[in-house]
Design a protein around this ligand. Structure first.
Ligand code: ADP
Length: 321
């Protein structure tokens, strides 16, 4: 009997839009004549035989739900040769012919390992961080930016009433895209990201200039990887007469219903991944460039160094005066 089983899993940090993407992968897979299987808890499910059949109904009512119905987890064992071999046993025992992985760059390395073992795997970028250079956007980023924007807007109301400086710390260890996009859209006075140099002197000067120019409040958005919000507030207090308030947004940025843009992206990514699988192609990751869905060699994609959009940063700076 021809082997027509394809498995889908979510891995690494969860991101809004993962469910819409699972739905798209499963329904496109079935449309192309495959038997679709779900894998629980990332690569753990491949190691522990946590696989089960999925049909069109099993992905009903999830299109607009945050999180991932397949659950996600890190799985250190999968990085070892023994772990990978256990996963291969599950794959062979269940007659799985290909795997679709929704996750970040760590998860993509797992895709590569599977492909090298002869199981074509396709990666779909699902992470709020937008930290992959080969694609303009990752799944969940737009929703996270909108969540931060909503928070900035609410915080601004109270800060303006009290004429205060507000520091908002957002997610992003090595990539400042959430801070940059949400900061620009929220009219932040100062944006701090790991990729671009900044100084306390410049920051305090800018806040002082703004106050003298009649700004009733100022907002500083900082990516967690660049500086800690509380430390920033402390230093501003020392250097100026201002007494900033800090908000650390934390996990709120990971949750919530996906934005329309993320659901659209999820649906398009899922479709493209299953077209590749249908054509017997593995070892590639799906992305979006200039609003066109693309795919790329997964090894090449992982090797690309993420850069920040300096032009956008400059625009945000000019607009914040
Ligand atoms: P993300 O996918 O969000 O970047 P991680 O970096 O934690 O998150 O990776 C998620 C999972 O991908 C890991 O827990 C592991 O199971 C798998 N993984 C990461 N790196 C590798 C690797 N080099 N080889 C095989 N699997 C990997």
């Amino acid at each position: 009997m021809e082997n027509k089983r394809i498995a889908v899993l979510t891995s690494g940090g969860d991101a809004p839009g993962m469910n819409a993407c699972i739905r798209s992968v499963v329904r496109h897979g079935i449309y192309y004549g495959f038997d679709m299987m779900g894998v629980e808890r990332g690569y753990n499910g491949l190691i522990n035989n946590g696989v089960f059949p999925m049909d069109n109904r099993s992905v009903g009512n999830i299109i607009n739900r945050g999180g991932t119905i397949l659950r996600t987890a890190r799985c250190l064992e999968f990085k070892t040769e023994e772990g990978l071999e256990k996963a291969m046993e599950t794959i062979r025992a269940n007659n799985i012919r290909g795997v679709v992985v929704i996750g970040g760059d760590g998860s993509f390395r797992g895709c590569r390992a599977l492909t090298e073992k002869g199981v074509p795997a396709i990666g779909i970028p699902g992470t709020i961080d937008n930290d992959l250079q080969y694609t303009d956007y990752t799944l969940g980023f737009d929703t996270a930016v909108n969540t931060v924007l909503e928070a900035i807007t609410k915080i601004r109301d109270t800060m303006a009433s009290h004429e205060r400086v507000s520091i908002i710390e957002v997610m992003g260890h090595r990539c400042g895209d959430i801070a940059l996009y949400a900061g620009l859209c929220g009219g932040a006075e100062y944006i701090i990201v790991p990729e671009i140099e900044w100084s306390f002197e410049e920051l305090c000067n800018k806040l002082e200039i703004g106050r003298k120019a009649g700004k009733t409040s100022s907002i500083v958005v900082v990516a967690e990887g660049a500086a800690k919000g509380a430390a920033l507030a402390e230093e501003i207090k020392k250097r100026t007469t201002m007494d900033p308030r800090t908000t650390v947004l934390g996990y709120i940025q990971r949750g919530g219903n996906p934005s329309a843009r993320d659901v659209l992206l999820a649906s398009r990514f899922g479709a493209h991944a299953m077209e590749l699988i249908r054509d017997g192609i593995g070892g590639r990751c799906v992305g979006i460039k200039n609003n066109q869905i693309i795919d790329m060699d997964i090894t090449e994609a992982c090797a690309m160094k993420k850069t920040i959009d300096k032009k956008l940063f400059d625009i945000a700076e000019i607009l914040s005066r």
